[in-house]
Design a protein around this ligand. Structure first.
Ligand SMILES: Nc1ncnc2c1ncn2[C@@H]1O[C@H](COP(=O)(O)OP(=O)(O)OP(=O)(O)O)[C@@H](O)[C@H]1O
Length: 597
């Protein structure tokens, strides 16, 4: 429960909705309780007036007595109606304040969680699966909202109503009050118990549903593989099995729900019977009037819903506490990558790795081992090596997606951990190995890193530099073509070039290409590299590649193997060295010669 204390700051923030809300609850309940009293008076009046009416049997006055009697009854009826109307108005205000407050809190909390997600480091996203992360912003926040809205509202409502009704009951007759209230705790406990079963079953259904939708999503994504391997029938059977488990759980839930309402009505009926029975005895004893029985029946019925909600509210609070615990867990997760400096600086492009080592915390794999090199501003550094040799890791450390375990990375002579990270990243053009494009227009994808609206000229120039302009111009809608789920699918090479354009448009001081030329033919690659040569004058570029042809003009080539630098130098000097590099070069030359024309 202490987890829910986190939400108190929101109650304080929205106190001017909460306080009036509580006042409206009190007022609406007063108007809710008063009709019982009016009914009691009316009931007693009926008994008295019937005897008066009979007294005047055979007299002219009897007609007048009847009229007065009818008139006063109408008046009582109207009073009850007016009280119900007033209650309704205040119930409306109550919801308008408290439920509205809960929606505001839901909005704030969602934004807070999302903001926090953005601050967390890459390793956090590696550790947690996407479904779980999404659940915290949607499902968990919804459950918490049920606490800050309905649960709070019904609790206040129940407490106020109970106090008012119990005071009213005791002021009439203590014994009758005790007997009529007796079945209610049993009702509350039963409802609490049944609600727990309902929640458990609903949760199971929810899990099944997530599994089912996850399964469907994956089959849609992999539809090409499924069709190619003719697995449609097999997949259909798996779907039917998943679907069947979902159906079974849903039926089990319906069963509990079906017994829930009759059981509730039975207990309420029991309360009414007890009230009439004990009340009848009291009337015979002359301690109360028959009007009081009517009054009590109204009270008992009024308490039914709050008592029912008591069980419901308890389970709402429990679920909200569990959800808030999950939310707190990660709101308290501090980003592993942090920085304190706010000083802005102009990046010159000098990069230095000094004995840098890095082990991936989740797998324990040593991806970089004592790596040292230096790139001067304006130089072109190439990194090459077999798959899994640590090239991407090096790029990720340079972008400070992770921090190195030992050694130091320096940018313009300053340790990377001391830099204003956002400012540093904004001056770097990074093209990751896995291309990611958003379901948006091509223009917006290229201009993604730009904060203000970018002119089309600038976007077109970036596309030209990335050698993708002609491809885009061929589409009917040009740069306004939608890509991704709602639009066209670009080829692997086109995607890579769009993401290169996205880095180039920033006009970065430091450019990092993580093997992003792999799906591009050698001719186009040469075009991109020569454009880079023209545009990146004075700017540093670090290009990770697999093909020697990509990097042979580099100022410096670093050859990585099993996380270590095994060779370093220019294309010429490395060929002379007769090591891994030369080996790779010759193998690639041979492959190219074997390729059919
Ligand atoms: N997020 C990660 N968590 C744990 N281990 C990782 C992670 N990313 C990479 N590794 C491991 O670190 C090692 C180096 O990987 P890295 O991606 O840097 O290699 P690479 O040289 O870029 O390979 P490729 O050329 O195939 O892209 C590999 O053994 C890999 O399994």
């Amino acid at each position: 429960m202490k987890d829910l204390a986190y939400l108190n700051k929101f109650f304080y923030k929205y106190r001017w909705r909460l306080i009036p809300g509580v006042i409206f609850v009190v007022i609406s309940n007063i108007f809710g309780v008063l009709p019982a009293k009016v009914i009691q008076i009316a009931f007693d009046l009926v008994t008295e007036n019937i005897s008066t009416y009979r007294l005047f049997n055979g007299f002219d006055r009897q007609e007048l007595v009847y009229e007065i009697f009818g008139y006063s009854l109408l008046l009582f009826g109207l009073t009850v109606l007016a009280l119900a109307l007033l209650r309704g108005i205040f119930l409306f205000f109550m919801r308008q304040t408290i439920i509205l407050m809960s929606r505001h809190i839901e909005y704030d909390l969602k934004n807070e969680i999302y903001q926090h997600y953005q601050e967390l480091s890459m390793s956090f996203f590696r550790r947690n699966n996407t479904g779980d992360l999404m659940n915290r912003v949607t499902e968990d926040v919804s459950r918490v909202r049920m606490y800050v809205g309905p649960a709070i509202m019904y609790t206040i409502n129940t407490v106020v109503l109970f106090l008012l009704v119990i005071i009213a009951m005791i002021s009439v007759n203590l014994k009758l009050a005790i007997y009529s209230l007796l079945p209610l705790p049993i009702l509350a406990l039963t409802i609490y118990y049944v609600h727990n079963i309902i929640n458990q079953r609903s949760e199971k259904i929810q899990e099944r549903l997530s599994k089912l939708s996850g399964f469907v999503q994956e089959t849609f994504s992999g539809i090409r593989v499924i069709k190619a391997y003719v697995r449609e029938n097999d997949i259909k059977e798996k779907f039917a099995a998943e679907s069947n488990s979902y159906k079974k759980d849903s039926l089990a839930l319906v069963q509990v729900q079906a017994t829930f309402f009759p059981a509730m009505l039975l207990l309420v009926g029991l309360s009414t019977i007890v009230t009439v029975y004990i009340g009848g005895i009291e009337v015979m004893n002359g301690t109360i009037t028959s009007g009081n029985i009517a009054e009590f029946i109204v009270y008992v019925n009024q308490l039914t819903f709050p008592v029912t909600s008591l069980g419901w509210v308890t389970s709402l609070v429990q679920r909200a506490a569990a959800s808030q615990k999950r939310i707190n867990e990660f709101l308290h997760t501090r980003p592993e990558i942090s920085y304190s400096s706010n000083t802005r600086f102009e990046l010159k492009g000098q990069v230095e790795f000094k004995n840098v080592s890095f082990v991936y915390p989740d797998t324990g794999i040593k991806a970089l081992d004592n790596v040292s090199f230096e790139v001067k501003p304006g130089e072109f550094l190439a990194i090459i090596g077999r798959t899994g040799s640590g090239k991407s890791t090096l790029a990720n450390l340079l972008m400070r997606m992770y921090d190195s375990d030992s050694g130091e990375i320096k940018i313009d002579g300053q340790t990377i951990t001391e830099l204003n990270l956002n400012h540093f990243r904004s001056q770097v053009g990074f093209v990751p190995q896995e291309v990611f494009l958003f379901s948006d227009t091509i223009a917006n994808n290229i201009a993604f890193g730009e904060s203000s609206k970018t002119e089309l000229d600038k976007i077109e120039q970036a596309a030209k530099d990335a050698a993708v302009y002609n491809n885009i111009a061929e589409f009917d809608e040009g740069f306004d073509t939608m890509i991704g789920e709602r639009g066209i699918t670009l080829s692997g090479g086109q995607k890579q070039r769009v993401s290169i354009a996205r880095a180039l448009i920033k006009n970065p001081r430091l450019l990092i290409f993580d093997d992003c030329l792999s799906a591009i033919d050698t001719k186009t690659e040469e075009e991109i590299l020569s454009n880079l040569g023209k545009n990146l004058d004075g700017k540093t570029s670090i290009i990770i590649a697999h093909r020697v042809s990509t990097i042979k003009n580099a100022d410096k080539i670093v050859v990585l193997d099993k996380g270590q630098i095994v060779e370093q130098g220019t294309h010429k000097s490395l060929l002379k060295a007769n090591g891994i590099y030369k080996d790779m070069y010759e193998k690639q030359l041979l492959e190219e010669q074997e390729l059919p024309e």
